[in-house]
Design a protein around this ligand. Structure first.
Ligand code: SF4
Ligand code: SF4
Length: 116
């Protein structure tokens, strides 16, 4: 399945990152983000280069694309699933999927971090 980020920029906004030694907080657009996407795309840091959310890896449906569902899911260290969501509540279908995987889950949204 060939998927592309296209008009989605959610990981550059919702996820905290280390951009060449400078911390980008969660829920704040990266200072390198412009309307067309990453303004330093060719020289972006390795973690940005390597990051692929589960939707981009071919999981879920089109409606679950992070800029439509408001939720990003990806694989963290040690077999852990990580997720962030916008607003007060996670996307129900994606949240249900997460907690039925039988893996440790870290989820952040509405200013809180929860572990399952
Ligand atoms: S959240 Fe996923 S689909 Fe959206 S820009 Fe990031 S990697 Fe691409
Ligand atoms: S450096 Fe580019 S790819 Fe990385 S978070 Fe910032 S805008 Fe996104």
């Amino acid at each position: 399945m060939d998927r592309r980020c296209g008009d989605c920029q959610e990981c550059c906004i919702l996820i905290e990152a280390d951009i060449f030694g400078k911390p980008k907080p969660a829920d704040v657009p990266c200072w390198n983000l412009c309307k067309k996407g990453c303004s330093i795309y060719e020289s972006r840091p390795d973690p940005c280069r390597e990051f692929k959310c589960f939707w981009l890896r071919g999981h879920f449906s089109e409606e679950h694309k992070p800029n439509k569902s408001g939720m990003i899911i990806w694989g963290g260290k040690g077999n852990r699933l990580c997720a962030v969501f916008k607003g007060d509540k996670p996307h129900k279908g994606l949240f249900d999927w997460l907690i039925t995987q039988g893996l440790p889950v870290v989820i952040r949204g509405a200013g809180r971090i929860r572990f399952f």
